[in-house]
Write a protein that binds this ligand. Structure first.
Ligand code: NAD
Length: 506
């Protein structure tokens, strides 16, 4: 992009950027031990606009040592839940008060539309507030055997939690892990995605201001195969919470196995949106457009396969294609932008290869290439393929961009078979006005989360997670508390000790 174009479009570097992105270890910003860095790209120009420290094993070792010290010797795990909760509320306040700055940086670094990045920043604050409240309301089980025994659960933080996160909505997804890990008294090492390290660097200042003790939060930037791998294989890290691709999850599962770590995995998806003929058609079109084109389609729960009952199929496809063509592609910083720029040229190439493949596997009814009017960067026109057969790769594989496949069905049984016909099982969206069908279908569909006549609106108390290749374990609400804590059972004798006596026989 030339200076003149930058001037005309208003796309410019955010003010007051740091001169480089560093790690944050034991309360200090530091470079990599070996001094190595990597380029961070602006997704609108694909030019490097910053350098980030590229962490390796030595940096992870230092971060884990700091986190371990803060866990074994520091105040955080021993503080009253109410005291930790106050710190978490202060973090939420700070995130809320900086939501515009966070959104500006996130949008610039990731290519997400600014209005959606702002929503994600607010959600990040909400995540902290939620766990601040939950931790003081936490109750644990006590069981009594009258006159004989009391048994109770002593819930304890586990130690150093390794948090590994992806580049889609990075700040919000980091908050999702940081909130419960810290609320429960653990210390952490965060390894954010290498495509989008900018917003993660803001956590350090926020945490310092909120009063989080030194060494509790540590951040190491770098590549998955180096920094991420060292974290997964570190013997002093008993927990790994990972969000990313299913194939990476499988690799991490194997790498963590010798250490018998606790693992939580939020992985990929290819979620179906099933539209029956009795659905509110306009609502279904609006929701399924938003469901796959919001967040640039870089959304794990995207409804990227739309299954439509034959009676309304043609009408649905026409309406959908018309509306998809009007989805506004724009510069990420513009308030009116609905689809921005994909995060990185490598990802753009991957998505575009599926767009080309789709032309051989389905009927192109909208989009189908680079968005018009954008000469640089990773702008993809919202793309819709109809008549996609279930064995097509664009039906089976996660594209993670603004690309959707539409397929017709006749009966409920066929719809269910199609919905379940992928290796993934993250989310499902069902559109029907028949109550019985709605419940029967939701209960039978292989998905960790189902939305009925609804978009992806999530109550933070509910479980979040996928089945099949979409995940392992559930987080969300008290399930996150369970993942980040040990539940030690303590048994106490009341009255007489009642064990059988050994070694006193004649
Ligand atoms: P990715 O798997 O490439 O990377 C995710 C993170 O893992 C990054 O920080 C990366 O550096 C790190 N990593 C890579 N290889 C590693 C290794 N060998 N050891 C340790 N860490 C390693 O995923 P991505 O491309 O950043 O993100 C997109 C994927 O994330 C999509 O598949 C999407 O569906 C999924 N996702 C899932 C959810 C969910 O909640 N289920 C949410 C968001 C994104």
């Amino acid at each position: 992009m030339t200076d003149a174009t930058a001037q005309a479009t208003g796309h410019r570097l955010p003010a007051e950027l740091p001169d480089r992105i560093q790690h944050y270890i034991d309360g200090a910003f530091v470079d990599s031990v070996d001094g190595d860095t990597f380029d961070v790209l602006d997704p609108v120009t694909n030019q490097a606009y910053l350098q980030a420290a590229s962490g390796k094993k030595a940096d992870i070792d230092a971060a884990v040592a700091a986190a371990r010290r803060a866990f074994t010797q520091g105040p955080w795990p021993r503080m009253l839940p109410r005291e930790r909760s106050r710190v978490l509320h202060r973090i939420a306040d700070l995130v809320e008060s900086r939501d515009r700055r966070l959104a500006e940086l996130e949008s610039f670094d990731s290519g997400l539309p600014i209005s959606q990045a702002l929503g994600q920043a607010r959600r990040a604050a909400e995540n902290f507030r939620f766990f601040a409240d939950l931790i003081v309301a936490q109750a644990d089980d006590t069981y009594k055997v009258p006159g004989r025994q009391i048994n109770y659960v002593n819930r304890k933080p586990i130690g150093v939690a390794g948090l590994i996160t992806p580049w889609n909505t990075p700040f919000m997804l980091e908050s999702w892990k940081l909130g419960p890990a810290l609320a429960t008294g653990n210390t952490v090492v965060l390894k954010p995605a290498e495509f989008t390290p900018l917003s993660a660097s803001l956590w350090a200042g926020i945490f310092e201001e909120a009063g989080l003790p030194q060494g509790v939060f540590n951040l190491v930037n770098g590549f998955g195969e180096e920094a991420g791998d060292a974290l997964v294989k570190h013997p002093d890290v008993p927990l790994i919470s990972f969000t990313g691709e299913s194939s990476t999850g499988a690799l991490i599962f194997g790498n963590a196995a010798p250490y018998l770590k606790g693992l939580s995995m939020e992985l990929g998806g290819k979620s179906p949106a099933v539209v029956f003929a009795d659905a509110d058609l306009d609502a279904a079109v609006d929701a399924t457009i938003f469901g796959v084109f919001s967040l640039n389609g870089e959304r794990c729960t995207a409804g990227s396969r739309i299954l439509v009952q034959r009676e309304i199929y043609d009408e649905f496809v026409d309406k959908y294609a018309e509306q998809a063509k009007r989805v506004r592609v724009g510069y990420p910083h513009e308030e009116t932008t609905e689809v921005g720029s994909l995060v990185h040229p490598e990802h753009y190439d991957k998505v575009m290869s599926y767009v080309e493949l789709g032309k051989t596997e389905g009927r192109l009814v909208a989009g189908g290439g680079r968005a018009e009017g954008f000469d640089t960067g990773n702008f993809v026109a919202p793309t819709v393929f109809a008549d996609v057969s279930p064995d097509a790769r664009i039906f089976q594989e996660e594209i993670f961009g603004p690309v959707v496949a539409i397929t017709p069905f006749d009966t409920d049984e066929e719809a269910l078979a199609l919905a379940n016909n992928t290796k993934y099982g993250l989310a499902a969206y069902i559109w029907t006005s028949d109550l019985k069908r709605a419940h029967n279908f939701s209960q039978a569909v292989e998905a960790g989360m189902v939305w009925l006549n609804s978009n992806n609106v999530r109550d933070l108390r509910t479980p979040f997670g996928g089945v099949k290749a979409s995940g392992l374990g559930h987080e969300g609400g008290y399930r996150s508390i369970d993942f980040y804590t040990d539940q030690q059972a303590v048994h106490i004798t009341l009255g007489e000790v009642h064990n059988p006596t050994f070694g006193k026989q004649d």
